[in-house]
Ligand binder design. Structure first.
Ligand SMILES: [Zn+2]
Length: 213
């Protein structure tokens, strides 16, 4: 049946009302979460509704040995040999860390899951939004040489959620996690090494400066 378009103006009104209702409802939820600290079961009932609307992380943890990189060391720090990330290795050395969990450093959205082979192997990228001095900012992290990957593009990850395991890029390296942080989303893949650090952040320095409150 053909609709009568002359009534559209009237039909729009309830939708605006619904939007206002939603905004009011969500504001109430946010205030409620902060103000009364609901019980755990109540929190988990609310969480899905919030995460589907706004993905904002409350801070950043380390990608291995979460939250503090316990049991791991940074074998090649950002800037050393023009390295554009950190190389996380288990303190046991060699391949003892092969298959260890890799965690999302914050709450964010998966922007890429790819197998590049060669020097990169399996790569996961996650975009994170956070607030600093009242300003909303975004960073993107890149997790490379992974063995297993448990996430897919557009998944919403919690801080500390396991996204995959430490690998060796199909046997090219002794296993470790190459971990980068960029100050923009969707920068080119890059080479992992460069004298030009434009767009790249020192991941350890960044995480230490943005721990959850
Ligand atoms: Zn590396």
């Amino acid at each position: 049946m053909k609709r009568r378009y002359k009534n559209d103006a009237n039909e729009a009104a309830p939708m605006i009302k619904l939007d206002l209702f939603l905004i009011a409802f969500l504001s109430t939820l946010t205030i409620r979460m902060v103000a009364v600290e609901p019980h755990q079961d109540e929190m988990s009932a609310i969480a899905p509704a919030i995460s589907s609307i706004s993905v904002m992380t409350d801070g950043f943890d380390f990608p291995v040995g979460a939250p503090n990189a316990k049991g791991y060391y940074n074998a090649q720090k950002f800037g050393v040999n023009n390295h554009l990330g950190d190389d996380w290795n288990g303190v046991g050395g060699g391949n003892t860390d092969f298959g260890d969990p890799v965690y999302s450093v914050g709450k964010g959205r998966v922007t890429e899951v790819s197998q590049f082979f060669g020097g990169w192997g399996k790569v996961v990228r996650v975009a994170y939004t956070y607030q600093e001095n009242g300003v909303e900012k975004q960073v993107e992290s890149l997790y490379a040489h992974m063995d297993s990957v448990y996430v897919k593009k557009d998944d919403i990850l919690n801080r500390g959620q396991k996204l995959g395991t430490i690998g060796n890029a199909e046997g090219i390296y002794l296993s470790h996690l190459h971990f980068e942080m960029r100050n923009k989303i969707a920068l080119p893949l890059g080479q992992g090494y460069s004298k030009d650090q434009t767009g790249y952040l020192d991941p350890t320095k960044f995480i230490k400066a943005h721990r959850p409150k």
